[in-house]
Design a protein around this ligand. Sequence first.
Ligand code: G
Ligand code: G
Ligand code: MN
Ligand code: NA
Length: 254
Amino acid sequence: YRLEHDLDTAVEKNQLVLAFQPKVDLLSGHVVGLEALVRWNHPSRGYCYPKVFISVAERSDQIIRIDRWVMRAAIEAQAKWLAAGRTLLPIAINLSMADILSTDMVGYLDRLLAESGVPAGALEVEVTESSMMGEPEKTKTVMQALNLRGIATTLDDFGTGFSSLSYLRQLPLQSLKIDQSFIQSMLKDGNAEKLTQTIIAMGLALEMRVVAEGVETMEQMRWLVEHGCLIGQGYFFSPPVSADNIHGVVERIE
Ligand code: G
Ligand code: G
Ligand code: MN
Ligand code: NA
């Protein structure tokens, strides 16, 4: 409750910060994009991870304010990198259900992009299955609007929700991100391995980009390549790092 109170002013007090984690093409070793992950520099608790505060924020409208800050911060980061003459790597932001349902979310993005001169294709959106529960029609409309602008959409944490398959069938999605729990158990557990293989085959059959999350070892990376999953994200390449450090990380990976 204290946390909820502090969150009310986290945006105004400039306490949020983005960390970036690379998504890597497993065959070429090239970084194909970044995921933006929000952190909160809490005045007394220190550096807080989204696990601690996103679910609190999702219980109120605070999540909308936080995620609009994330949209702005991601686009500002791109504008800065663009001005510095860098080739932009698309940044994926995570959106919650409340953001998708919020009034004029796409218009808000349009204005940020227009003001900054950042191309829409420099932004991507990840949405989890659980966050879409209940509003597939509205989610579809928003995703179509994003796609129309060139903003790609990803189904995040795939395999952990309740209605993955119907979302895959109904929603305009370019990527499917396999939840890290599968990647972490697939080499230890035969069922997890077969399920991961099946998820990859399903994504490929639907002509989606299949991304593995939570890749921590060379063995996992090799298995993924052998089974057709060609994009990975995880500590094996890099943890999420600050805006100042991400290009150094990208250069080291490549
Ligand atoms: O950074 P970390 O690995 O702790 O992120 C945990 C989860 O928190 C992510 O998988 C994502 O679903 C969620 N998350 C991270 N950043 C954001 C954000 O900016 N907005 C929302 N809504 N969720 C986020
Ligand atoms: O959007 P999502 O909630 O899926 O965000 C990914 C989360 O997973 C982030 O909190 C990130 O810090 C975490 N993460 C990223 N790579 C790894 C990894 O290799 N291993 C583990 N355990 N967690 C990871
Ligand atoms: Mn994500
Ligand atoms: Na995820």
